[in-house]
Ligand binder design. Structure first.
Ligand code: CP
Ligand code: NVA
Length: 317
């Protein structure tokens, strides 16, 4: 089983991971041998603080071990194929987590692996982040179904995973992005189709004020993701008016919770007074990455391996 897209898991598996995260967070020491002897390889083509450290610590605290690899440290960096690298890794370790420039790299890794492949962020999706965020919302709000979330900002990887995540759990999601920076149309339409079955609503608007009205959770992410640096200034211009600040929160419910996957660019997509203010649950959100990684790893690494016939369940593009 792989976790390349949030759509790789079924609703009941997503709910199971959220339930298990709660148990693991409550009694971490009870799980100290859950992955005894298991080894996770982690490949990074882009920087990371939270994903890298939380996966590393999670493996250690579950009795396993993680090996951190930069692409440039591997023959992969000198042109060895992803397929060949995946076959070799499969004979040494029990799972691979990769943060990649191109989502296709993960798909290719999975096609050639007999071990689980976990997406630690691609330009298309960030499923581990969103699974953890759904746990956080449930922990803080006490429920998920019917919650109103507003995502204000770039229709990026985080937004692309949030859409199916919300759809699968019956959450109402309103996205406010400037024209030209909306999430993938295909992912959005796929999310809308799933949400209809669960009687929730996923919609896209351009006005942030419209999005935050009635929102119980207001979520944002950077305006310039890793790899999107070309056209930086154009982006900053486009996102003017999409900042999560006190003025915008004035249009939301006074008790709404503010989320950001981090790293934040303070003063751009979010102001200091909001990220450090009473509505922010950003630090709980960051801590929960550790607890959720554990639940994800226990689920995936304890499964029996067979050569993967991975077919991407998200429509690329
Ligand atoms: N949110 C997140 O994935 O952070 P890192 O880039 O630090 O891993
Ligand atoms: N959208 C951001 C998320 C960082 C965790 C990026 O891809 O850079």
């Amino acid at each position: 089983m792989n976790l390349i897209s949030i759509c790789d898991i079924m609703v009941k598996e997503l709910e199971e991971i959220i339930r298990n995260t709660k148990k693991i967070k409550a009694s971490p020491r009870r799980y100290k041998n859950s992955l005894s002897g298991k080894i996770l390889a982690m490949i990074f083509e882009k920087p990371s603080t939270r994903t890298r450290i939380s996966f590393d610590v999670a493996m250690l605290q579950l009795g396993g071990h993680a090996i951190v690899l930069k692409k440039s440290d591997m023959q992969l960096g000198r042109g060895e194929s992803i397929g060949d690298s995946a076959r070799v890794l499969s004979s040494y370790v029990d799972g691979v987590m990769a943060r990649v420039n191109k989502h296709e790299t993960l798909v290719e890794l999975a096609r050639n692996s007999k071990i689980p492949v976990i997406n630690g962020l691609s330009e298309i999706e960030h499923p581990c982040q969103i699974i953890s965020d759904l746990f956080t919302i449930n922990e803080v709000m006490g429920r998920l179904k019917g919650i109103n979330i507003a995502y204000v900002g770039d229709g990026n990887n985080v937004c692309n995973s949030l859409i199916p995540g919300c759809a699968m759990l019956g959450i109402n999601l309103t996205i406010a992005s400037p024209r030209g920076y909306e999430p993938s149309k295909k992912i959005l339409n796929q999310g809308i189709r799933i949400s209809r079955k669960l009687k929730s609503r996923i919609r896209i608007v351009t006005d942030p004020k419209t999005a935050v009205r009635d929102a119980e959770v207001v979520y944002t992410d950077v305006w310039v993701s890793m790899g999107d640096e070309v056209g930086y200034k154009r982006r900053l211009n486009a996102f003017r008016g999409y900042q999560i600040n006190k003025k915008l929160l004035g249009f939301a419910r006074p008790d709404c919770k503010v989320m950001h996957c981090l790293p934040a660019h303070r003063g751009l997509e979010i102001t200091d007074d909001v990220i450090d203010g009473p509505n922010s649950i950003v630090w709980i959100q960051a801590e929960n990455r550790l607890h959720t990684q554990k639940a994800i790893l226990v689920k995936l690494l304890n499964e029996i391996s067979v050569y993967s016939s991975y077919k991407s369940k998200i429509i690329l593009g």
